[in-house]
Design a protein. Structure first.
Length: 163
């Protein structure tokens, strides 16, 4: 099955489609989310910095839903507003549960496509596919949103890979 359809950019197509077998994941930056059009039914979890405009998403008739959130790429040690929260994690879990039967792919997007989006994808892959290692090997997942999503799913014994 081909996951990625048309791409309106020059140069090679390099996004990593990870996960499976139950659910596939595509981790994207703001810029790539505007250009990459999956050709399978999918949902999008779009995370932007607080106070910025919504990320543009490539038009797709196969997009089944979009969840838009704003929070900083922060850890539990950061002492400022708008860090990942239990409410964000609950919204993500509820959104995915609502669309689970509609989608073959979950697109997670944040500003750089490195930390927040991969942290969300890793936690959801652990839940839906039973593994998350590839996200920790290829990206730098935000450990706070990862833990919060795992906790929202009822898994308080979260073991994270070593850095």
């Amino acid at each position: 099955m081909t996951i990625i359809g048309s791409v309106t950019e020059s140069g090679p197509l390099e996004p990593d489609v990870l996960g499976g077998p139950r659910m596939w994941f595509l981790v994207l930056s703001r810029q790539r989310a505007a250009r990459i059009r999956p050709n399978v039914p999918h949902i999008v979890i779009s995370i932007t910095d607080p106070g910025t405009r919504e990320a543009a998403l490539a038009d797709s008739p196969l997009r089944m839903g979009v969840l838009r959130l704003q929070f900083w790429d922060a850890s539990e040690h950061d002492n400022y507003a708008d860090v990942p929260s239990e409410e964000h994690a609950a919204a993500i879990v509820d959104f995915v549960r609502r669309h689970l039967s509609d989608a073959d792919l979950i697109v997670t997007q944040c500003e750089a496509g490195i930390s927040r989006s991969s942290g969300v994808a890793a936690a959801l892959s652990r839940w839906l596919n039973g593994h998350d290692e590839e996200f920790f090997q290829r990206y730098i997942p935000n450990r706070l949103i990862y833990r919060l999503i795992r906790r929202a799913l009822g898994d308080d014994a979260v073991m994270l890979p070593r850095l």
